[in-house]
Design a protein around this ligand. Structure first.
Ligand code: AQP
Length: 329
């Protein structure tokens, strides 16, 4: 089965990305034939960004992925802009994408509301490019966090509409969203997801945070005034910490509740902080070793792009043929 996912080079990655998505990529690496993972620099330019930093952010993200366990020999790791088929397919798919559907996308509504100056057409078309990313590889499965559910549903609609109009050319993909940890919440505002652009530093745990910073952030996480370690809509902060501990330990949230029954928040938060420190320590250490060697990182991206291009080119040739675009085959 082909597995595809993308990750933005938006800077330092956080615990939400790590738990909600990177764990899914690692699991996909064992099952994917192939597993394909793309650093989506063309998505990152749909909101204001610094051109001089973009390449460096791509290296940061790639180094973090490899440090987390993604292996360039087993997974195809590449930079989106190196494979031009994505942008061409995006345009072709825009002709089977409903404007009204794009208007309904929650991410567009939230991100466009946050723009002070330009709301770019690129931000509006973001989900079409994302559909092209996945459909170019005829991927069966897309590991993502819960915030991307709507975009994967849209890409399924796009693939189905294309196949109805032009014949069975594209694979309709399924999302793979973890049952626990699909939406890690901001530590200071547990009603909102932990987010690169929407969270303050105190609400986020970065994958490369120092241990002291992690402990401080977990201990100062907002919780309710009660003392019971249990989940519930009235306890979003504690629910979030229970989910984090459950995923890291590989147990159910109920098992965490049972373990901490009758204990206060203090010892519970200590256990969460220790677990997060332990799980991120090897990633941070490996990241610091890998990140300086940009030549090696660029070589991984180049090799990955060659492998990705040969798969995407096959799909593009079929799409162009079906749509009557270009010279006859
Ligand atoms: N809080 C989260 N909990 C679980 N999964 C999450 N993801 C993002 N936030 C959470 C998942 O991480 C993957 C990569 O996301 P991205 O490429 O959108 O990277 P990002 O822009 O750095 O992520 P953010 O924080 O979501 O940024 P904003 O909010 O600024 O756009 C995706 O699979 C996503 O679901």
């Amino acid at each position: 089965m082909r597995i595809f996912s993308g990750i933005q080079p938006t800077g330092r990655k956080h615990l939400g990305n790590h738990i909600g998505a990177v764990r899914g990529y690692l699991e996909g690496q064992d099952r994917g034939d192939p597993a394909i993972l793309c650093v989506v620099d063309l998505h990152a330019i749909t909101v204001p960004y610094e051109p001089a930093r973009l390449r460096s952010l791509v290296y940061d993200t790639l180094a973090m992925l490899i440090a987390s366990g993604l292996d360039p020999d087993r997974s195809i790791l590449f930079r989106q802009s190196d494979v031009h088929e994505h942008t061409e397919l995006s345009w072709l798919l825009s002709s089977v994408t409903a404007h009204g559907d794009l208007n309904r996308m929650t991410q567009f509504k939230e991100k466009s509301a946050a723009q002070r100056e330009l709301v770019s057409a690129g931000l509006f078309l973001y989900p079409v490019l994302q559909a092209a990313d996945v459909l170019a590889y005829r991927a069966h499965e897309v590991p993502v966090g819960d915030d991307q559910r709507q975009h994967v549903e849209l890409m399924r609609d796009i693939a189905e509409r294309f196949n109805t109009a032009y014949g069975e050319v594209l694979v309709v993909p399924e999302h793979r969203i973890p049952s626990v940890g699909a939406r890690i919440m901001d530590l200071q505002q547990p009603g909102r997801k932990m987010s690169t652009t929407g969270s303050e530093e105190r609400g986020l745990i970065f994958v490369d945070d120092e241990e002291k910073a992690i402990v401080k952030k977990v201990k100062s996480a907002i919780t309710d005034s009660g003392g019971e370690v249990r989940r519930g809509p009235d306890k979003p902060g504690i629910t979030n910490l229970i989910d984090i501990l459950a995923v890291i330990r590989g147990v159910s949230p109920e098992a965490v509740e049972r373990e901490f029954e009758g204990q206060g928040y203090g010892s519970f938060k200590e256990a969460v902080a220790e677990a997060v420190v332990d799980v991120l320590r090897p990633v941070r250490e490996r990241y610091l070793e890998l990140r300086p060697d940009e030549g090696a990182l660029e070589a991984v991206l180049g090799e990955g792009a060659d492998r990705a291009r040969s798969l995407a080119a096959e799909t593009l040739a079929d799409v162009r043929r079906a749509m009557g675009v270009g010279p006859p085959a």
